[in-house]
Structures are given as C-alpha cells and as structure tokens.
Design a binder for this molecule. Structure first.
Ligand code: TRP
Length: 336
C-alpha cells in the first residue's frame, strides 16, 4: 500500500471558530482526513505573537478550538490534534530556518504587512514579525505535502516553498515543496458586510452560537443598503445574506428563487433572512449536539490533544535529526 501523503494545517487559539472557518478551511480538512495523514495544529506560539499578555484567552481558546474541531467531525482516531508548544522542535526549526531566510521574504509578505499595520506599536515584536517563519517550520516539521488553508495564508505557503528551495540548495535536499489547497469559500464576509471577520467587530456567527444567537445575528445582517422597501429591486452580488445562503442553504432552487424575486423587488429582506437563519440553524444543530457531549467529557478532549501531540513529537524528532545532519551541526567533534 502506498504511504499516505501528509497534510498539516493550523489555527491560532485566540477565540472560538466561526462559519468563515468552516467554509474556508474546516470543511476541506474533514474531506482530507480520510485520505491523508493529517496534523491539525493549535498554534499557541503564534497566538502569543499578539496575545502574550493574555494567556487566559489562549488557555481557554486551546480548549475551545479542540472542541470546535471535535464537534464538526474531525476525528482524533484518524487525525492528529497537536498543541504547537508541546512540541518544542517547532521553536528549534524556526530558528534554524531563519538563518537561510532573507529579511525581504518577511518584509514583503502582504498578510504580515497588513497585520502589523493594524497592531498597536507595543505589540510589534520580533516574535510577531517572525510568525510566518514559525509557520514555515510548522509545515516542514511533519514534512507535509499539502496545506489546506484560507486564502489569506497563501503568502506563508509561498514563503515555505521558497525556504525549502534555499535550504535544499544550501544543505541537503531533505524537504519537498508543499502544495496549497484553498477552501470552497475563500473569504466569507462578516455579517456586517465587511471583508474581515473578527470577534471584536461582533460580525461573526460562531459555531457554538445558540439558535437565538443565530437568529439575532442573521436578522441584523447587512444587506443591500440602497433598498428601502421590499418592492425596490435589490442587489444580490456582494450581499452577505445571499453569500451565506449560497454557503449554507442546501435548497439551491429556493435560493435561486429568492435571488430572482429579490432582484425584481418581490421579496422582503425579512423573509430571506428568516429562511437563512433556519438554514444555518439546521447546519449547526448536529455540531451543537456533539459540542454538548464534549463539554461534558473534557477528558476526551484532553486525550485527543495528548495523543496527536505525541505522534507529532515522534515525527518532529525524526525531522530534526535529518535537519541537524543536513546542516552538519550534529557532529562537530566527530569531524575533527
Ligand atoms: N496562521 C494560521 C491562522 O492564522 C495558523 C497557522 C499556524 C497555520 N501554523 C500554520 C496554518 C501552519 C497553516 C499551516 O489561522
């Protein structure tokens, strides 16, 4: 039997996951966990980048993210859930790779650039600046073949490929260039119509939301601002209500009918939104049930994390031996 290919992907534990995570990433991970040897990383080192002063948030989010994963159906019997800092080789590989990585690679990374711009000055640390480097190490430590991520992560994967080429050229060709797989909906809009979803903006629907919370969030969703009454012709394109219908309503015919009537001014926002709230609640119902179960059985959550992290540690040890040997930093005295 052919050896399974590996995927590695991750999330920083800085809050509960939301619908954007689902269609942008988790859905692909679910699809891949059967055919790939999978490593799902809770990137707490990376979370420390801008949350070093709020360890309670990280602590709670590590648990929350693990429960989110279990609730959507990621299966610790098939996949490895890994806590990044429990595998300190992540830090070692980050440092070793940084020696072959020109500053320019980080300086021109557009995702990093826009994140730093939004950061308070006292949080613009060396560690934060270096987080894409640590992400390269995350991917190379298990020698992943493929990285399923959201669109904003593409520059980091490109950087990984560049670092692989440099490392292989300078030392020994021990790494292969990983591919990237972007999710079905690369960038779901916030409920406020904005392009950036964040909990602090209150524009997300979390996977753990109750029916009531979903109803409230959907009914207050941004729609076509130029449409004052239900008989005005409305715009569907770029309208988050329809974007969410497309993403979460299985009844495609009904969605198309809503779109036609909306464009013609023959359906009100309230009707379209009520139906969307129903669709999202249907989607979240089984997820909520599993969440209840794991909330009541925290030892299962802990066991999942420890088992996956143990497996990751073994592979990390293997890779680091290869790296140190390729760099010849494991044998000074024997080469005297
Ligand atoms: N940067 C990713 C995020 O913000 C998290 C992450 C950390 C990651 N390490 C990774 C993603 C490695 C893919 C591969 O969600």
């Amino acid at each position: 039997m052919d050896k399974k290919k590996r995927i590695l992907t991750g999330i920083r534990p800085t809050g509960a996951l939301h619908l954007g995570h689902y269609v942008g990433a988790l859905e692909t991970w679910l699809e891949f966990q059967d055919s790939y040897e999978s490593f799902f990383l809770i990137a707490d080192y990376q979370a420390l980048g801008d949350n070093f002063d709020d360890i309670d948030k990280i602590t709670d989010s590590v648990r929350q993210v693990a429960i989110d994963w279990l609730s959507v159906g990621l299966d610790p019997n098939k996949s490895n859930f890994v806590i990044q800092s429990y595998v300190p080789e992540h830090a070692e590989l980050t440092m070793l790779l940084s020696f072959v990585t020109p500053l320019g690679m980080l300086e021109r990374n557009p995702t990093l650039k826009s994140e730093i711009d939004q950061l308070a000055v006292e949080k613009r640390t060396v560690g934060f600046f270096n987080y894409p480097m640590s992400q390269v190490a995350d991917i190379l430590l298990p020698r992943a073949d493929l990285v399923p991520v959201g669109e904003d992560q593409a520059p980091h994967i490109e950087m990984t490929r560049e670092v692989v080429r440099k490392f292989n050229r300078i030392f020994e060709p021990i790494f292969s260039e990983p591919g990237i797989k972007i999710g079905r909906v690369p960038r779901l809009k916030g409920t406020d119509g904005g392009n950036k979803m964040s909990k602090s903006k209150g524009n997300v629907i979390e996977l753990r939301f109750s029916e009531d919370q979903v109803n409230k969030a959907v009914m207050s969703m941004y729609t076509d601002p130029n449409r004052l009454k239900a008989t005005d012709p409305g715009t569907v394109e770029g309208n988050p209500v329809f974007e969410y219908h497309d993403a979460f309503n299985d009844d495609k015919e009904k969605v198309e009918d809503f779109k036609t009537r909306y464009r013609e001014g023959k359906v009100g926002d309230v009707e379209v939104k009520k139906d969307l709230a129903i669709a999202i609640n249907n989607f979240l119902r089984p997820i909520r049930e599993k969440r209840d179960y794991y909330e009541k059985n925290p030892t299962l959550v802990e066991e999942a994390l420890m088992a996956g992290t143990d497996n990751a540690r073994k592979i990390a040890d293997e890779t680091m031996r290869m790296v140190r040997s390729a760099m010849k930093i494991d044998s000074y005295t024997s080469r005297w």
